[in-house]
Write a protein that binds this ligand. Structure first.
Ligand SMILES: NC(=O)c1ccc[n+]([C@@H]2O[C@H](COP(=O)([O-])OP(=O)(O)OC[C@H]3O[C@@H](n4cnc5c(N)ncnc54)[C@H](O)[C@@H]3O)[C@@H](O)[C@H]2O)c1
Length: 254
């Protein structure tokens, strides 16, 4: 029960395979009250099915592309929770065609869209929620190794993840004065709806599992465990970091 008495948000969840859902469940198991986000009404219905009959869960709705929705989220969180002890940004989007072809073909609006939804959204989210984020809280975002390596098929999303990781470091500086920590968790490839937008996902997963130092499958549960640690007071000295959850794949050469 590492998170007894804590309240927080996991934004967003699509289905039971979402990394965010594993994080929400693990945080809940550790005693936290968890607000689970959905991007729209339809997905909110799915999230409501996931949490049905389970104590200490709530649903919220937010599309990161709209500032008025971020403000409405803040007001709803203030009314329901008062303050929150953790905020987990677990969302990304790029046009399918910008992941399929050559990176050089990325359109201007596709580039802007990926950056807006997948990177700037963390800045906008933190600004909107700042008044309801408690001192010493923990903020986290999900990144991927494609931020610093050219991973075939990851394309514009890699550029967006680089911006996300950099934003985490600047946010850690801004919010650190209140003891609020901001970190990135960087999972290896896991089969989810978002990941299926990346060409060759199955081969990627197999390669990483075969070649990584730990040489075994990992998934949502491994990411969730690291998130519980990063939410908990055990990680109170950790901020501005990228924590890889990929069986060590990022550390090898060939
Ligand atoms: N699955 C992987 O292999 C993997 C690896 C590294 C990082 N990640 C990251 O983990 C996070 C969660 O992805 P996932 O793999 O669980 O997939 P997922 O499809 O289950 O979750 C992605 C979520 O992003 C949300 N989203 C998309 N556009 C949005 C918008 N405009 N506003 C608000 N929410 C929006 C979707 O509604 C969805 O709930 C993402 O940031 C993803 O890039 C995933």
């Amino acid at each position: 029960m590492l998170l007894e008495g804590k309240k927080g948000l996991v934004l967003n969840v699509t289905n039971k395979h979402s990394i965010g859902w594993a994080v929400a469940e693990a945080a809940n198991r550790h005693g936290a009250r968890v607000g689970v986000g959905a991007q729209n009404e339809k997905l909110k219905g799915k999230v409501e099915e996931l949490i049905e009959g389970r104590p200490n869960f709530d649903t919220f709705m937010v599309d990161f592309a709209f500032d008025d929705q971020l403000e409405a989220l803040r007001d709803e969180v203030a009314a329901k929770y008062g303050m929150v002890d953790f905020v987990i940004h677990s969302a990304a989007y790029a046009k399918r065609e910008d992941l399929a072809g050559r990176f050089i073909e990325t359109s201007r609006d596709g580039f802007q869209l990926a950056m807006d939804v997948s990177a700037y959204s963390l800045v906008a989210l933190c600004r909107a929620l700042e008044p309801v984020i408690a001192d010493d809280a923990s903020v986290m975002a999900m990144s991927y190794l494609g931020s610093t390596r050219a991973v075939p098929g990851y394309n514009v999303m890699g550029v967006a993840k680089a911006a996300l990781e950099s934003s985490v470091r600047y946010l850690a500086g801004d919010l650190g004065v209140r003891g609020i920590r901001v970190n990135t968790v960087s999972p290896g490839p896991i089969n989810t709806v978002a990941a299926r937008g990346v060409r060759g996902l199955t081969e990627m997963i197999e390669t990483v599992h075969e070649r990584s130092p730990l040489k075994r499958p990992f998934g949502q549960e491994e990411v969730a465990g690291t998130c519980v640690y990063l939410i908990s007071d055990l990680s109170r000295g950790v901020t501005g970091q990228i924590v890889f959850v990929d069986d060590g794949y990022n550390t090898i050469g060939i």
